[in-house]
Design a protein around this ligand. Structure first.
Ligand code: CMC
Length: 431
């Protein structure tokens, strides 16, 4: 029997139902608050607002726990591929061999873009940011399938095809965006390659000269995709759900997610981390000046790759990535001075009272950029890599929205603070 919360307002008492999630997360259900009391809640930045019930991802930010569909991220990182994990996230269970075969086949069948889309790429100026191209081209891809435009969510077969198409095409679009932004010829996917190897091939091969696929590099990038696959109600996923709640199609909702992800406080942080490390390196700072600036609210600087809305402990993804980063650099025999700076920064911040008091720890983006640099991926592609990785999470959240029998459009309220009623003044009387 769940407890009720008592609320006393304007001399009246109200009972609000509470609910407890499967991991003991507690919530007060305020769905009927405004109808009953005339009040709404105000929660700047949604820090205390549960916007949905979800079965996909569990995070305990205090204890540094992350699980996809119940399975700890550490186990998946060690034992699964990003494709297997994508299936798990979208369909709620680990795939059988037959399910994985079908899912992989669907990814392969749907990896080509309509050839006319290459004309859209030509329309972008060279140097266009690949995130802008990614978002625009995901939307454009939906126009090449009339079925998708008129598709009513429901038929499982169609959903499976559209979900696979989005996961597969986002990778092709991402690679083409990179090639276009560098003025390089487009390289098409190869049927024989698996998901991540194919992406590296499209990024780095040249006509008649295939990129040499090193298993360690493929594995490191695949791990980055896996670790980014979902992260419950973050800014971009909440955006996808918001757009999907209006019954916009899957591709339109995902394109909106890309835009939300772009900012430096979210998916753009991996790029911002490298830029910060480069700045520290080029100025000869050992990191201490930058740490001081990051603590000074007037400097406009933050220690990028540090802090998280939910994690008040070491981000479990950061632990996995840090280890992978050390391993890859060793295998590639790659000495990156930025890795040394990053480690020093981490060490100093973890012993600094400013960061300790605010519970600011490295997040997933702190070391992922160094791995991507070692692979040769340019910084402007870092948020794009995040977007490819996050696609299964967005799709799973979109599916959840569409399968919700209540299916209400997302529509928050506000507390208005603007002027009270005033009247139109003709232009000649205005001062
Ligand atoms: N460097 C310096 N101070 C910080 C930092 C940081 N990276 N992050 C938070 N703070 C301070 C902040 O100034 C505030 O101090 P005070 O209480 O004195 O005003 C306090 O810590 C709480 O910060 P907040 O901004 O209220 O925290 P938030 O939950 O709104 O923001 C965040 C979370 C991730 C946007 C923020 O920590 C940040 O800007 N970090 C750097 C950017 C970054 O690495 N983003 C990637 C997040 S992980 C990938 C993803 O899922 O998007």
């Amino acid at each position: 029997m769940n407890k009720t919360a008592k609320l006393e307002l304007d001399g009246k008492q109200y009972s609000l139902p509470t609910l407890v999630g499967t991991e003991g997360e507690k919530a007060i259900d305020i769905s009927a608050l405004r109808t009953q009391t005339g009040y709404i809640t105000l929660d700047d930045g949604y820090g205390n607002t549960g916007s949905c019930l979800s079965n996909i991802t569990f995070i305990d930010g205090e204890r540094g726990i992350l699980r996809y569909r119940g399975i700890p991220i550490e186990e998946l990182a060690e034992k699964a591929t990003s494709v297997e994990t994508a299936f798990l996230i979208i369909y709620g269970h680990l795939p059988t061999r037959a399910e994985l075969r079908r899912f992989s086949d669907l990814l392969t069948e749907n990896q080509y873009l309509h050839e006319d889309m290459t004309f859209h790429f030509q329309g972008f100026p060279s140097g266009a940011h690949p995130m802008a191209m990614l978002s625009a081209m995901i939307n454009a891809a939906s126009c090449f399938d009339e079925g998708l435009m008129h598709w009513q969510f429901g038929a499982r077969n169609e959903f499976e095809v559209y979900a696979a198409r989005l996961i597969s095409q986002v990778r092709t679009i991402a690679a083409f965006s990179h090639r276009k932004s560098r003025g390089l010829p487009l390289i098409y996917p190869k049927k024989a390659y698996k998901y991540t190897a194919n992406f590296l091939h499209m990024l780095f091969s040249m006509p008649y000269e295939d990129y040499e696929l090193k298993p360690e590099v493929v594995h490191a990038l695949d791990l980055i995709f896996l670790l980014h696959a979902d992260h419950e109600q973050n800014c971009s996923t909440a955006t996808v759900r918001m757009v999907g709640s209006s019954q916009a199609n899957l591709f339109a909702s995902a394109a909106a997610g890309v835009c939300a992800l772009w900012g430096p406080l979210h998916g753009g942080a991996n790029q911002a981390v490298i830029e910060m490390l480069q700045e520290i390196h080029s100025t000869g700072d050992d990191g201490s000046k930058f740490i001081n600036a990051a603590k000074d609210k007037n400097s406009g600087k933050r220690l990028m790759g540090f802090g998280h809305r939910v994690y008040k402990n070491y981000d479990p993804r950061a632990k996995i990535i840090k280890k992978a980063c050390d391993n890859l650099l060793k295998v590639l025999n790659h000495n990156d001075p930025l890795l040394e700076i990053a480690k020093k920064l981490e060490e100093s911040a973890l012993h600094d009272s400013y960061f300790i008091e605010r519970k600011l720890y490295p997040n997933v983006d702190f070391y992922s950029g160094i791995i991507m640099r070692a692979i040769g991926i340019p910084v402007e592609m870092f948020p794009v890599i995040f977007a490819i990785g996050r696609m299964p999470g967005w799709i799973a959240n979109y599916k959840e929205i569409m399968e919700d029998p209540k299916g209400r459009i997302y529509r928050p309220r506000q507390v208005y603070e603007g002027p009270t009623e005033k009247h139109f003044v003709p232009i000649e009387e205005r001062k």
